[in-house]
Structure formats: C-alpha cells, structure tokens
Design a protein around this ligand. Structure first.
Ligand SMILES: [Zn+2]
Length: 202
C-alpha cells in the first residue's frame, strides 16, 4: 500500500517519518538531479546517519543495493534494496549559501543546507543536527592520490526514471533536499523534480 506519493519540485525540501519495514522510493524523474539525504531515529533524534560507520561497514565509498545506512550508534537505519544508478556520493556533503561563496564566488545563494534547516525546523531540529549526508544520483569520483575533480562533482549522468529504494530498519525521519545547485554539474545546471513514495511491505 502506498502511504506517500509526492512530487518534490526543483530545489525543494521534503521530510517524513518512514516506519520500520516501509520502503522509501526516490525517483529522478527527468534525470541528472542530485538528491541530498539525511535521516534520524524517530525515537531519539540524537541518533542519526553516520557517514563513517556506513562507509567502514560497506568498505567502499560507493554504496548501492545491499548496503545499509548506519547511525552513530552503529545500527542500520535504512538498507538500499534497489538502485538503478549506482553512483551516489557519500563524501561531498550538501551545498550551502556559505559554501557557494567559498567554492564558486556567488553570495547569498541558498543551497541544500538551507533546505535542510527549513525542513528540520518542522521537527524541532536545527543547525547542530546537520551531519555529513548522502547525495543520491551524484558522481564524486576520487582520483589518483586521493584527489577530487575541480568542481568535485562530475556532470550528472542519471537518466529519467533512475531510482533508489530504501527499506527502513527502524522508524526514521527522512529529510531530503532536492538540490537547487547550478554552480556545479550535480543538477546539470537545471534543477528538476523528483518523486518520493513510501510503501508498506517490499
Ligand atoms: Zn545541493
């Protein structure tokens, strides 16, 4: 049964609690759209996504089907049960007004951090609750000797209909910023809509 079915517009945020066992599906409707993602235990929001535990357990920077997102308490929060793309960024974090100034020289241009802050405020959370996040449908290759590319992100290559499915392993608040970025290639310069659904069962 579908319990949520929302089209999140270009550059917009979204959040909802996903109950244990439910499946969150994120569809890149038009392709080439980065989707920033955070999650928190609904029972205790101090327990939240932890990039380091996730990467150490996965033993790769490239999480995909079969990998889980782990919390700071080393408990599985979500498991990727479907992934049509396979190039999700786990290290570059979210864009923001301050980092847009630092990296691209544009000022007062809000990004995913500002989206996260707006959405987290609905749940009594704020700046101190933003941690290093996952960027679905974003390609951040690590080059020889650990270098990153000039704009960090390679031009987005996801295609219309590419999707991920995340099965909740505990009741989780999922928070999305459908990235508004136009100063690096993670939205191909034209942010577009995504579709977010939640279903019960597999
Ligand atoms: Zn962004």
């Amino acid at each position: 049964m579908i319990v949520e079915d929302t089209v999140v517009g270009p550059g917009k945020p979204w959040s909802r609690v996903v109950k244990a066992g439910q499946v969150l599906r994120i569809v890149d409707l038009e392709g080439r759209q980065g989707v920033d993602f955070l999650c928190y235990s609904d029972a205790n929001s101090e327990e939240r996504y932890h990039a380091a535990n996730t990467l150490k357990q996965a033993r790769t920077l490239r999480i995909t089907t079969g990998h889980s997102l782990y919390s700071d308490a080393a408990r599985a929060m979500f498991t990727l049960i479907a992934d049509s793309y396979g190039l999700h960024d786990t290290i570059a974090g979210c864009c923001s007004a301050p980092s847009n100034g630092l990296l691209y020289g544009v000022h007062n241009v809000p990004g995913c951090r500002e989206n996260f802050l707006a959405e987290l405020a609905k749940h009594g959370l704020g700046q101190r609750d933003i941690v290093a996040n996952i960027n679905f449908f974003c390609d951040v290759p690590v080059l020889a000797e650990g270098r990153l590319e000039d704009l960090t992100f390679r031009p987005a290559t996801s295609r219309a209909g590419d999707h991920v499915e995340l099965r909740a392993e505990m009741d989780c608040l999922a928070v999305i910023s459908n990235c508004p970025q136009v100063n690096n290639p993670c939205t191909a310069g034209a942010p577009s809509a995504i579709r977010v659904t939640i279903r019960t069962g597999t």
